[in-house]
Ligand binder design. Structure first.
Ligand SMILES: Nc1nc2c(ncn2[C@@H]2O[C@H](COP(=O)(O)OP(=O)(O)O)[C@@H](O)[C@H]2O)c(=O)[nH]1
Ligand SMILES: [Mg+2]
Length: 356
């Protein structure tokens, strides 16, 4: 067994494709063996720039991954792709598209595509997919693209794994609201509005731009179309700038200043002041924040409030303000959970608590 692993490790480390394919299958069925393999490859790890692409189903992640892959290959990079999606296995043909022919064996050899259906219990990444990314890294690819369906947990996992996390916003699906509600924008290094050839994409971009000033280190927004190619080159450039470690491309670290502890009622008042100060006027217009439990600071119930927008106010306004509330609360070391939006009332329930 170990002799066999020794040899497989040498071959994976030399970038031999059949060996990598075998190693990836091994990771899917035998994590202990894969761990042994990775231990033998320790000196080859940590060189690839890992790019996570996450977002809801149908957002255009696979299409975007395919288009970015082509750009990277044309720029001479070696790229591996791991699609973690149980619902739609991705083949090289699907990712690269029928019309695309690299046309030279050298480029083909620089590209490796694999999909895996493995999925964690909370919808996050499994240990197997993390090992698979590490094996692709060890095999000497410059870039490893990981596509995952955003389930909340998968987003958190991908952000932990990736050097660059691209959160994909499909226009017109109402997912902006979901995304902001979940606070995932905080995890994004780059926000990508897909399908910019559609009218709805414009609205998604405008809304994101309106919200962006709320974040201390707002991620840049890229509007792209896989159909027309709009914005793709700029996105590829931004990712490569991060891969090449240009300092201005990195924004992680030191996000939140430590805040003095306060009572939840004081926290709520402070939050209200901050929202008023920092929200763009158009976003703040008509917003109401109503405390719901009379006995405000009592025990474990936390501080409950209802966040409302004017009747007919769009759902994005609700989501954006809720997202802003979450992030400003985190800034003050408070936890802020947002319930399911009630579109009929134009409101959403919010629970403010001390961080545990
Ligand atoms: N109009 C338009 N449609 C797109 C674009 N990118 C992807 N799509 C379509 O959106 C649908 C979902 O794309 P896919 O990449 O499979 O999404 P995924 O589930 O996030 O991987 C497909 O029908 C694509 O053809 C784009 O830039 N413009
Ligand atoms: Mg897909």
């Amino acid at each position: 067994m170990s002799l066999w692993l020794d040899e497989l490790a040498v071959r994976v480390g030399a970038g031999e494709r059949p060996a990598l394919a075998r190693a990836l299958s091994l990771a899917e069925r035998d994590s202990a063996a894969a761990a042994g393999l990775l231990a033998r490859l320790a000196d080859k790890l940590g060189r690839a720039h890992v790019i996570g692409i996450t977002g809801p189903p149908g957002a255009g992640k696979s299409t975007l991954a395919g288009v970015m892959l082509r750009h990277f290959l044309q720029l001479g990079r070696r790229v591996a792709v791991l699609a973690v999606d149980p619902s739609s296995p991705v083949s090289g043909g699907a990712l690269l598209g029928d019309r695309f022919r690299i046309g030279e064996a050298a480029a083909d050899a620089r590209c490796f595509i694999r999909s895996t259906a493995s999925r964690g219990s909370l919808g996050g990444l499994t240990g197997a997919s993390r090992q698979m990314v590490a094996l692709m890294d060890a095999a000497g690819f410059d870039l490893v693209l990981v596509e995952t369906v955003g389930t909340g947990q998968a987003e958190i996992d991908v952000a932990a794994l990736a050097d660059s996390t691209l959160v994909v916003f499909p226009p017109g699906l109402g997912d902006e609201l979901q995304a902001i509600k979940a606070g995932i924008l905080e995890l994004a290094d780059l926000l990508v509005v897909t399908k910019s050839d559609t009218a709805a994409a414009m609205q998604a971009c405008q809304a994101l731009h309106a919200v962006a000033p709320l974040w201390r280190n707002a991620p840049p927004v890229h509007a792209v179309s896989a159909l027309t190619g709009e914005g793709i080159a700029a996105l590829v450039e931004a990712v490569l700038a991060r891969a090449e470690g240009s300092p201005q491309a990195r924004r992680r670290g030191g996000r939140f200043a430590p805040a003095a502890p306060c009572s939840l009622a004081e926290g709520f008042e402070e939050l209200q002041r901050k929202l008023e100060r920092r929200l763009p006027a158009a976003l703040w217009a008509g917003v109401s924040l109503q405390p719901e439990n009379a006995n405000r600071d009592a025990g474990s119930a936390g501080f409950q409030l209802r966040l409302g927008v004017p009747p007919g106010g769009d759902s994005f306004q609700l989501g954006a303000v809720a997202g802003a509330l979450m992030i400003l609360a985190a800034d003050m070391d408070l936890s802020c959970s947002v319930g399911d939006p009630d579109p009929a009332r134009g409101s959403v329930h919010v629970l403010l608590e001390h961080l545990k």
